[in-house]
Write a protein that binds this ligand. Sequence first.
Ligand code: KG4
Ligand code: ZN
Length: 348
Amino acid sequence: RTNPLVLGIETSCDETGIGIVRGTTLLSNTIASSMDEHARYGGVVPEVAARAHLEELVPAIRAATAEAGISLAEIDAVAVTCGPGLSGALMVGVGAAKALAISLGTPIYAVNHLVGHVGADLLRTDEDQTDAPLEYPTIALLVSGGHTSLLLVRDLVSDVELLGETIDDAAGEAFDKVARILGLPYPGGPQIDRAALEGDPAAIRFPRGLSQAKDMARHRYDFSFSGLKTSVARWVEQRQDAGDPVPVADVAASFRESVVDILLTKAVAACVDFEVPRLLLGGGVIANARLRQVAAERTDAAGIALRIPPLSLCTDNGAMIAALGAQLIMAGHEPSSLEFGADSTLPV
Ligand code: KG4
Ligand code: ZN
């Protein structure tokens, strides 16, 4: 069927996202974040996130339907993230989605969070229907506090291949940890971005994870950020031990350069290796000013079309989940049986 009205539920991390779409048209995208509650712990606390979803879900559903100007009874299907993500957080969303689908008598689609990030690129607002839609194949680089993944997308609903991912910390997590080392508050990404404004990105040469020839054989498209974080910590400690001031701006700029460089080196390499002239970016780290700049430069130089959805669709949200659900319906996929559970390590 064409242009189904789908409500999407996203609770894989700290954002309670409810989105409503009609086909590829975005009708509403409500997000409630428990970020503030995690700030004093310096990272997302799973139990706190799950509890916040429980409190925020119903108000978010009400807000989303009001903004879309629809009643719940009109909905054709419910889509929900069933993984990967934090178990408890996912379970709250899955439980709510099942209850909603049963009470409304609609089908339900359990979808993968990472594939949802790619689906975000399909969404258009009413005024914006002219923009070229997501084209296949495309390489997708997804970078957030929870994931750092490189995907080869030949078809959103039937052929998504994970080329590589982080073998330790996610890139956003590295930003958060390095911010902490530098005495900057959580979340660290925007803080590092700001501090780096005055810094020299070439001041300190921090390592690029998994870029040596010996690593490239096995981990060509994988990432590693824990060595980088340790290297920054050691550099800062040595300064402090010597009684010298820490040049926060230079450390922030040099660290950010290392992360951005390795992310784009590997993403562009994937485009070249697979002869895919398109790169899609997604995830909260895409807010990074330097990442956007270097992505534009390198894709331009390599003749690769760069796609970056609006930031509200790059960070975790329900609209991208609804968009993926709508694609599944339009491609004739069967709905999920109501027995599915949450899978924190769900593969793509
Ligand atoms: O996608 P997102 O909103 O949600 C989760 O992963 O839960 O991403 C949040 C992550 C955090 O780690 C944050 O530090 C990072 O994205 N982030 C940034 C920037 N803004 C947010 N990282 C680098 N530069 C930024 N400007
Ligand atoms: Zn995400």
